[in-house]
Design a protein around this ligand. Structure first.
Ligand SMILES: Nc1ncnc2c1ncn2[C@@H]1O[C@H](COP(=O)(O)OP(=O)(O)O)[C@@H](O)[C@H]1O
Ligand SMILES: N[C@@H](CCC(=O)OP(=O)(O)O)C(=O)O
Length: 385
């Protein structure tokens, strides 16, 4: 690998924490950072997305992984994160480089301005030759507002920095076509279309969060952003470079040849659904070909309580997700406009604006490479009532 690359390496909890004693696996960390030091010396930019804060903090709060509830995990992360980063810093310095901590929440990835701020920070750290280590700020997140797994978080970072490779190191050597404990399970070398594998990926290791499903979703995010994902076992001997060079077995999820613009990728790679619109089937079908956006006249149901600027998932009445786009109106304003199509925006909301809920310029039509989200079944308000 001679060309200079941007690489995001995601490390699962079970690689950093001993699963019985819940103590740090220093030997693995040492080999990992030695390997990364060599990659850095060859000119590559590396970001680590590291799990392990919760697992390493459980001893401090005297709780086991099986018994830990949300509050325990938040407290454990508060104890484990400084321990983890302190170790990373000491070991990295042994290998001649410095590290920095970036703790993010869902909003830092989903809100455009915060996403760009985070991107700029990582860029500046690269310029100063410091390796960023990213984790979710588990202590301040709750179930509804968290990413929840570092696989998709790492993919968001890969998309953010336009990485060439996302390397997900975990407790298993890659993806199998069924539960890997099934003796008939076959190893999958290469994935072009992740949708074929969504059904075969349940279950996690004892310390893991998302299992193989979130790795496959992450791989899809990355491939849409023009980044190739390699899923491999975090083996102690040259954990990253042996995978990159192809010496160690792994599952490769190939990047799409022509990635969309970074804005379109940000718009479609969603970790959270702020809200949605259901359109008539005819209007949803027309979106694919027309040059106009979503008209207030076509909305039949509104999902969730959203505000202006949120990214909405747009469905047909038959339940297919057809597009994602930035809304010009809040959910309550959208309901007013959709219910009273014979009135102007000025009459209904008190200011002049076109009654287009989502502009064509602020929308991306989904195609076969995107993983659609199931149509919402709860928090739906019907327009014609
Ligand atoms: N089809 C599959 N192929 C490979 N692994 C799978 C599959 N389905 C479930 N898994 C499980 O996913 C686990 C890895 O995910 P996880 O425990 O969340 O790891 P990490 O902590 O590294 O994120 C493996 O231990 C494996 O048992
Ligand atoms: N943010 C959490 C890790 C969440 C997570 O994705 O864990 P894992 O599935 O082990 O990568 C932590 O630091 O403990």
């Amino acid at each position: 690998m001679s060309q200079r690359q941007r690489i995001v390496v995601k490390i699962g909890s079970s690689l950093l924490a001993n699963d019985r004693r819940l103590t740090l696996r220093y030997a693995f960390m040492n080999e990992l950072l030695a390997d990364i030091a060599r990659l850095r010396d060859q000119g590559h930019d590396v970001v680590l997305a590291s799990s392990g804060a919760v697992a390493l903090g459980l001893n401090a709060i005297k709780t086991s992984p099986e018994d830990a509830g949300v509050l325990d995990k938040q407290a454990a992360a508060a104890c484990g994160q400084p321990l983890l980063l302190h170790a990373y810093r000491q070991v990295a310095q042994e290998h001649g480089f410095d590290i920095a901590q970036i703790l993010v929440t869902l909003d830092d990835l989903e809100e455009r301005r915060r996403f760009l701020n985070t991107k700029n920070t990582i860029q500046r750290l690269f310029e100063r030759d410091i390796m960023p280590i990213v984790n979710e700020n588990d202590t301040v997140t709750t179930e509804e507002i968290r990413v929840g797994d570092n696989d998709r978080l790492a993919a968001s970072v890969a998309q953010m920095i336009q990485a060439d490779h996302l390397i997900i190191l975990t407790s298993i050597d890659g993806l199998y076509d069924r539960d890997p404990s099934d003796p008939e399970a076959q190893f999958v070398d290469t994935i072009e279309d992740v949708t074929e594998y969504l059904e075969v990926t349940s279950g996690t290791s004892s310390l893991g969060s998302g299992g193989m499903l979130t790795k496959i979703q992450a791989a899809n995010f990355a491939q849409n952003a023009g980044c190739t994902t390699l899923i491999a076992e975090g083996t102690i001997d040259r954990p990253v470079s042996a995978v990159l060079s192809g010496e160690r077995r792994h599952t490769k999820c190939v990047a799409k040849g022509t990635p969309a613009s970074s804005w379109a990728v940000w718009l479609t790679n969603r970790l959270h659904r702020a809200g949605g619109l259901v359109l008539t089937d005819a209007a949803a079908a027309a979106l694919k070909t027309s040059a106009t956006g979503v008209s207030h006249e076509d909305v039949v149901k509104i999902h969730g309580g959203f505000t202006k600027g949120d990214v909405l998932h747009i469905y047909s009445e038959s339940g297919d997700e057809v597009a994602r786009g930035l809304t010009n109106f809040s959910s309550d304003e959208t309901m007013m406009l959709a219910r009273h199509t014979d009135h102007s925006v000025k009459e209904l909301l008190g200011y002049n604006a076109r009654p287009e809920i989502v502009n064509r310029d602020n929308m991306v039509i989904l195609d076969s490479q995107h993983l659609p989200w199931d149509a919402p079944t709860k928090s739906l308000r019907i327009v014609a009532s």
